[in-house]
Design a protein around this ligand. Structure first.
Ligand SMILES: [Zn+2]
Ligand SMILES: [Zn+2]
Length: 115
């Protein structure tokens, strides 16, 4: 699985915003760095990429969040099923939860282990 990261367009990969007048930082970055009065401010951290210079693509951001959320949702649903009376299927539901959470957490952590 390969993750593609975009260079930050705002700071052109430097991590420092130089979009204002005379290479100063732009108004948006100044505001996001809580500098309102002392403008122009120089060398502020780019507020778009927060100095990382790389933007994580939306799809992988979404995927990293959906994994644990899905696991929680499924577990909650399964627990609901168990507690609301379908106790004759208890062992089947339990096996189902075990397999599913194992698969999801495996998927989630394998996705996170790339450096
Ligand atoms: Zn940036
Ligand atoms: Zn800026």
């Amino acid at each position: 699985m390969t993750e593609t990261y975009h260079d930050c367009k705002h700071c052109s990969g430097t991590g420092t915003c130089e979009n204002g007048i005379d290479d100063s930082s732009c108004a948006i970055c100044a505001r996001r760095n809580f500098i309102l009065k002392h403008s122009p401010a120089h060398g502020l951290v780019c507020s778009v990429c927060k100095g990382h210079c790389k933007i994580e693509p939306m799809s992988s951001r979404l995927k990293n969040r959906t994994g644990p959320l899905l696991a929680i949702y499924i577990m909650a649903t399964a627990i609901m099923m168990v507690t609301t009376g379908s106790s004759e299927h208890f062992s089947e539901v339990l096996a189902f939860i075990g397999t599913l959470t194992g698969a999801i957490t495996g998927f989630y952590f394998s996705g996170k282990n790339k450096t």
